[in-house]
Structures are given as C-alpha cells and as structure tokens.
Design a protein around this ligand. Sequence first.
Ligand SMILES: NC(=O)c1ccc[n+]([C@@H]2O[C@H](COP(=O)([O-])OP(=O)(O)OC[C@H]3O[C@@H](n4cnc5c(N)ncnc54)[C@H](O)[C@@H]3O)[C@@H](O)[C@H]2O)c1
Length: 403
Amino acid sequence: MGQPQAQSDGTEAGKPPLRVGMVGYAFMGAAHSQGWRTAGRVFDLPLNPVQAVICGRDATAVRAAADRHGWASTETDWRTLVERDDVDLVDICTPGDSHAEIALAALAAGKHVLCEKPLANTVEEATSMVRAAEEAHQRGQVAMVGFNYRRVPATALARRMVAEGRLGALRHVRVTYLQDWLVDPQFPLTWRLRKEQAGSGSLGDLGAHIIDLAQYLVGERLAGVSALTETFVRERPLPTGATSGLSAVSSAGTGQVTVDDAALFTARFPSGALASFEATRYATGRKNALRIELNGERGSLAFDLERLNELSFHDGTEPGAEAGFRRILVTEPDHPYLDAWWPPGHGLGYEHTFVHQARDLVHAIAEGRRPEPSFADGLQVQRVLAAVEESAEKNSVYTPIAV
Ligand SMILES: NC(=O)c1ccc[n+]([C@@H]2O[C@H](COP(=O)([O-])OP(=O)(O)OC[C@H]3O[C@@H](n4cnc5c(N)ncnc54)[C@H](O)[C@@H]3O)[C@@H](O)[C@H]2O)c1
C-alpha cells in the first residue's frame, strides 16, 4: 500500500472519516473550526476530521459562517443536526445554558461530544451530562470538555515536569486570569452578564479555566475554598441585535447584571499545597493574562498565556550562586505537540490549542478511551465553582468541595 492520498479538501483519503457537526459559529465556533480544519493536515491522525455541518439560528449568518470557516452544510436547529446520520461528533460552541440539552440529545443520538467550558451552568446539569456520558461510553462514544489551556505546549511541558518530580512537594500554586473588557460601564449587557445564560460571570468564564489548569498541573483536585466575589457595575445598557464574542453595541434601555464581575479565592490541595485564584474582567490593561506559578521544595515553574511559547523554570537544586529563573523556549521537537510544527523558535499561538484539542480528541475516539478532560473532570470543576459561590455568600467561610 502507498501513502494515503490528499483529497481536494486537503484531508487524507483511506482513513475513516470523523464527521463533525458544530453548534454555534461566533468566537469559539471560529476557533474550533480552525482546530478541525488544521488538525488532520498537521498531525498524522487515525481518523480524518470532516467539517460536515455547522448550526446557527440565523440562516443567512450561518451560511456565511460555513463559507468562511469551511463547513460543507448548514442547519438552523441543533436538534436536526444531532439527528443527522452523517454526523459522528457534535461540537458544542454555544453559551452555557444550552450545553446540557444539546449534549444529552447528542449522546442519546449516538454521537461523540466535545463541549465548551464550563461544562454546564449548574452542578445538577453537569451531573446529568456525566451520567449520560458514562452510559454512552459503554456504547463506544466519548465526551470531552474544552479546557484548551491544557493544550498549550508550555503548560503540557509544565505538567510533565511536575509529574517527573522536578519541583518536589508543592507548597504554593498562584493563579490569576485577568481581562479588562468590562471596565467601560457602557459595555452592553450581553449573555455573559446574565446568570440564566452564563451560569456565573468571571468565575465560570475565567475561573473555570484556571481551576482546571491548576488541578491538571498539580495532578490533584482541590479540597476546599474561601471566596470573595463582587459585581462592580450592576446595571448596563441592553445590547442591540446580535452580539458576538466579547464585542457588542448598546441601545437605550438598561438591565441588571446578574453575575459576578470578579472572583477571588484561596484553596487547599489535599497534599498540603496552598493555592490562590483571581478571575476578573476589570483588570485595566490586562487583555488575556492567565498566569500560573508553582513553588515546590525543589524548584518553581511560571507560565504567562500572553507569552505562551515560554515557560520559566527555577531549579532549586542548583548551586545558589548560579541558580535563578531561566526561560525555556517551548518550541523544541521533543516538547509536547511540537514535533508536528515548525522548526525551533518559530512559535505557536492561541489557535493552536484548538488544533491540539481536536488532535487529542480524535486519538481518544479512535482508541475508544475516555478523553481528558472528561465530562467527569468538567463536573468536578463545576463543584469547585459552586463551592466558591457558596463560600462567597457565607462571608468567605471555608467550604469543602463536594465529591
Ligand atoms: N475555551 C475557551 O478559551 C473559550 C473562550 C471563549 C468562550 N468559551 C466558551 O464557549 C462557549 C461559547 O462562547 P463564545 O465566546 O463562542 O460565545 P459567542 O457569543 O461568541 O457565540 C455563541 C454562539 O452560539 C450561538 N447560539 C446560541 N444559542 C444557540 C442555539 N440555541 N442554537 C444554535 N446556536 C446558538 C450564537 O448564535 C453564537 O454563534 C461558552 O460556553 C464559553 O464559555 C470558551
């Protein structure tokens, strides 16, 4: 047999297809499209991802999105999409209030599922999704939640170094996720500021990411939290028409903000490490500043998403006179994901995390194993979010995470 032949759409013939149906076509829709379009062209995958169908409620807008992002067909009702025979995987890129309903229907229809974070808007919804995913797994289906920051090569390298014991016992985990797009009180009341659609504010949007990333890097789940939350601007102009991503236009009327604007919490890991978390959309000047630092008895690691090709490492076992933080440029072929990309020094960006996410999910499907992060991992993050809200409501009382 010769090499698989490239087809006109750039994918490879001779491999079984994985036909993707995606719901939502704005910010994450564009990012996931990038992932599906590119993964099979860069990595040697066991299945051939096919962008079969994209769904949105506005027929004209979804047609334009399909043309722009490379989808073969469109639907205007996600219920039709999940029932289509030519869809193997449903990719959910909608706000949190629709995650559970779409995921449950897709799993019942025999599809694999990729669902954006946070997994759901409540612990109850997330629990039902885990139950459905477990039953579906018995039938050979897989379900993954989209915590894409695990797929930055530098964070994956950090995980490897922690697991190898390079830091020794961990003492501190310090995490912040800072943005500033809500500083203007005239920014309109989009779905991210409404509890019934988003579940929570900065907490579920940014906090969910850093909870997952911290637990992934440490290799443990948080035991309990003490939290503060605040809503700085409680009333905002209503948006006009469709809103997309993090931008929108406002109209005359106003409405109530029903989510947190910022969440701060301290936490304990079972092994004894102490952690601090800060998630806000009011950090003037900070655009997408996800920063994490781990301090262990043998060394420290630090990562900044705004410099995502780099990892800072201090090896505490080196002689004091020479020791210090050094920058690892995470672009070498033996760094995670990098063997398929560019020569050393030719860095990657945000979008590549979605390519890596698609790659890892395709492997899990082909191998019939539970992908990471699984729906169960998403549920556990949801429990941490719930504990943070409970603690904040009770004057920061230490609140154990339910198991
Ligand atoms: N992984 C990340 O880094 C990351 C970043 C941003 C957002 N997210 C998550 O992705 C999800 C979507 O966020 P976004 O920023 O793309 O939002 P967005 O507002 O940019 O896009 C939402 C999309 O969902 C569509 N939609 C909403 N309800 C629908 C329905 N019932 N049927 C069909 N389509 C529907 C909208 O038309 C729009 O296309 C959220 O869960 C969010 O938390 C993840």
